[in-house]
Design a protein around this ligand. Structure first.
Ligand SMILES: Cc1ncc(COP(=O)(O)O)c(C=O)c1O
Length: 389
């Protein structure tokens, strides 16, 4: 059982406003802030390399914590500064021939699709979008029908930026495995929100950011690469941390996911990411998810009762990302109106997930993404403001 009063008492931001922009960038726990600032202060005195050596074990622990959180091994984790950096490191390291097919979801995130388009232009890959079922979820039956020897990669988004949808990632994993096809999952909005086990999903790669539902600092993220595929992977950027220089004509890549990392990173943020993951594990991922869903349901039910307000979420089991529009209101103006009332949301534009937005004829939406630390009272305050307008 989550102790919401205790949880909120160690989130300085909770005293400042109502934070419903957790899918944008959430609020950190005090333990995360302390881990970062303590390290940075000490670094300024001791020196960057010396402090890194002094805290080698604590820095290493971040990898173990992430591995534990997603059911992976330590050497399957590489740290990055964002989900896109992690996702693109894998995607760009894969080699494609003209005509090779990449299958993605209708809810595909903008940056992923931009990289598909780039590969289409430069290397002649064929992008195919797997249609969704009547609920809006990627349809595994149609995916199965689309599988053929030309499909080199299934790359889908678990939870999109633009709503409460959750794609059936384990069903997709089973199909990928059956056809011996690589599977790259964008779990940017999922990790920290929905309990994740990469063995159960059976993905080869998983890209995640720190600042959203994990409540880690900005500028953090990570990549999971299954140990059985990593030795075949040739990263596009190397430094002498990722590879060893053996002679005038030889080098050797580091084993495991380490070959995707560069030497220079912000170590205080690495500790902050580790602290955020440890905090999440201590709260209990299942409990966190149940509460997020409960709050989101309360919000959706409330929105349904307000005249002129329409919830835009699709999917079966919906997550904490709630999107809506209000008649005669520009969504960006509405977001600013709410901001002035101390309720922080965000505006979602069609370009966040253009294929889905065009299919559904969506214009901009207000996104109120709830977290487990939010309260029923905060949800009701948002509903009251919307009702009173
Ligand atoms: C579904 C999804 N994937 C990827 C990203 C990109 O994350 P980052 O900004 O950390 O690269 C986002 C960001 O909003 C997202 O919502």
């Amino acid at each position: 059982m989550l102790d919401i009063t205790k949880i909120r008492s160690s989130i300085p931001g909770c005293n400042h406003h109502i934070h419903f922009n957790n899918a944008g960038s959430s609020l950190p726990d005090q333990s995360v802030i302390d881990a970062i600032t303590k390290y940075m202060n000490e670094e300024a005195i001791i020196g960057g390399y010396e402090l890194m050596n002094k805290h080698a074990d604590a820095l290493e622990q971040t990898y173990h914590s992430i591995a534990k959180m997603i059911g992976a091994q330590r050497n399957e984790i590489a740290l990055f500064q964002s989900a896109t950096a992690a996702w693109a490191a894998v995607f760009n390291a894969l080699s494609f021939k003209p005509g090779d097919e990449v299958l993605c979801s209708e809810a595909e995130y903008a940056s992923n699709y931009l990289n598909f388009l780039r590969k289409q232009k430069k290397e002649g890959i064929v992008i195919k979008v797997v249609p969704s079922d009547e609920d809006g979820c990627l349809d595994p039956l149609l995916l199965e029908e689309m599988m053929n020897p030309k499909v080199k990669l299934i790359a889908i988004t678990h939870v999109p930026s633009n709503g409460g949808l959750i794609n059936p990632v384990s069903e997709v994993g089973a199909i990928a495995k059956k056809h011996n096809c690589l599977y790259l999952l964008d779990a940017c909005q999922a990790v920290g929100q929905i309990p994740i086990d990469v063995k159960n999903i059976d993905c080869d790669f998983l890209a995640v950011t720190g600042r959203k539902y994990l409540r880690a600092p900005r500028g953090t993220g990570f990549l999971f690469i299954k140990s059985s595929v990593v030795e075949e992977m040739d990263p596009t950027v190397l430094d002498s941390y990722a590879a060893n220089w053996l002679s005038k004509s030889e080098y050797k890549l580091e084993p495991g996911a380490k070959r995707f990392e560069l030497f220079e990173t912000n170590k205080s943020l690495q500790l902050g990411l580790g602290a955020a993951v440890d905090y999440y594990l201590a709260q209990g991922p299942k409990e966190c998810y149940l509460r997020i869903r409960k709050l989101a349901k309360r919000l959706r039910n409330g929105l349904a009762e307000i005249d002129g307000v329409t919830c835009a979420d699709i999917g079966r089991e919906k997550c904490g990302i709630v999107t809506f529009r209000k008649e005669n209101w520009d969504s960006n103006k509405l977001k600013e109106f709410l901001f002035d009332k101390g309720i922080y949301t965000s505006t979602i534009f069609p370009t966040a997930a253009l294929i889905d937005a065009q299919k559904r004829g969506l214009k901009s939406l207000v996104r109120a993404s709830v977290h487990y630390f939010n309260t029923e009272k905060e949800v009701d305050q948002l509903l009251t403001v919307l009702k009173s307008m």
